[in-house]
Structures are given as C-alpha cells and as structure tokens.
Design a binder for this molecule. Structure first.
Ligand SMILES: [Zn+2]
Length: 68
C-alpha cells in the first residue's frame, strides 16, 4: 500500500530536480560553469542558446532578392 505513495513522491522529487537543476548551467564543451549574463563561455567561447534570440534573425531571405 505504501509503494504508490513512495513512487509518487519519487516522481515529485525528480520533477523538482529537473526544474531546479538548469539554474546551474555548465558549458557542454568544456564543462565550466556558465557565468550569469554571458552568452559566451568564458573558457572556450561556446555560444549558449539564448531563448528568443533565434526569432530576431528570422527575416525574409527573399526580401533582398527583390529587383526593380
Ligand atoms: Zn566552455
């Protein structure tokens, strides 16, 4: 009778860890901890994924091909 409760508690802990862990982000290339506010790794220059940045580069490529 206790196992379902233990399993539910285990799931809650895993989910909580998943949400808390990304705060301590580290470089995937050199594994050094990321400096807050820096989009680049200070050790190897790895470019971290910045949410929202990709949308800014989404222009219309065909727009430059317009001829008069
Ligand atoms: Zn790095």
């Amino acid at each position: 009778m206790l196992w379902p409760l233990l399993f539910a508690g285990f799931l809650v802990v895993v989910v909580a860890l998943k949400y808390l862990w990304p705060r301590a982000e580290s470089c995937p290339q050199c594994a050094s901890p990321r400096e807050a506010g820096h989009p680049l790794c200070s050790s190897c220059g790895w470019i971290y994924e910045v949410p929202g940045e990709e949308d800014d580069d989404y222009g219309d490529p065909e727009e430059e091909e317009v001829r008069y």
